[in-house]
Write a protein that binds this ligand. Sequence first.
Ligand code: HEM
Ligand code: MG
Length: 292
Amino acid sequence: MTQHQAGIFDKRYRDHLLLEYRWAPSGDVAALRSALRTVLAARDAAAERSFVLVGFGPRLLAALGGTHSFDDFDLDGLVPSTQGELWIWVQAADRGTAFDLGRSVHGALASLCDLTLEVDAFVYHDLRDLMGFVDGIGNPEGERGRQAALIPAGQPGAGGSYVFTQKWRHNLDAFAKLSVAQQENVFGRTKVDAVEFDDERMPDDAHVGRTDVDRDGVPQKIWRRSVPYGGVREHGLYFLAFSCELSRFDYLLRRMYGVADDNVRDHMLSFTEPQTGAYWFLPAEAELAALL
Ligand code: HEM
Ligand code: MG
């Protein structure tokens, strides 16, 4: 299998920057190709202390001569869709390096596409969401994680991945009014040591109860790498996950909103709200080079 872009599975860096761009299909493709090669050169020059990942929306992928297509994120208006055409994820050992890389990336792209979202994000304590629960501990690890995240050999985009991103804004004051036991029921895991509830104890509307699920006998596993963002007034989670197939994201979201299988709504939705949503195709390294 071809090499995937570095930084999907490696969680060593704590300082993150997310950039989402729009691009008009009437835009200059040759100029954008050249700008993206500049982005990759900046990535390679800083590779010892950072990762920079590059993903595409459907129109830009087509304009670059991509061999397959996919649809915009659109969940029938249930949650916002802010589908863009270019996604950049900077992960760095320190905030200065993340800033420098962000400036290089944006310097190359600014005249060619519109920055619609910029999120400065960080690892909070021992990989917790700002609500205080460890986030990502239920991911499939090792080979199972690779299978969940990467498109299998023989399929269009093999070795690459589909990414789903969603900026959520939290109401931490409301969540803080719950007792720890009530908070644990919202997620279906214990707070301090992150132990998953067994089936008898799992509330119907717990987040893990909604999302730890099989569909037609296939576990709907994804590889989550969400990162918290924000300051004292406004804060939340930049949800970020990889999958070998886009339909898993839709299905999990529909289960959270109680419009698949049953009418049970994820209790977590009482404390946070999505503001953006987009799908991206993250090509494997060889396909990325071929597109540019
Ligand atoms: C599990 C937080 C949104 C899919 C979890 C866990 C936490 C969490 C704390 C339990 C720990 C773990 O298993 O890693 C959040 C927060 C969200 C959010 C704070 C938004 C603000 C989403 C969305 C999806 C999703 C949008 C799907 C599209 C999952 C899955 C699991 C999980 C698949 C693992 C279930 C399992 O197999 O045990 N999430 N999540 N989450 N979440 Fe989320
Ligand atoms: Mg589980």
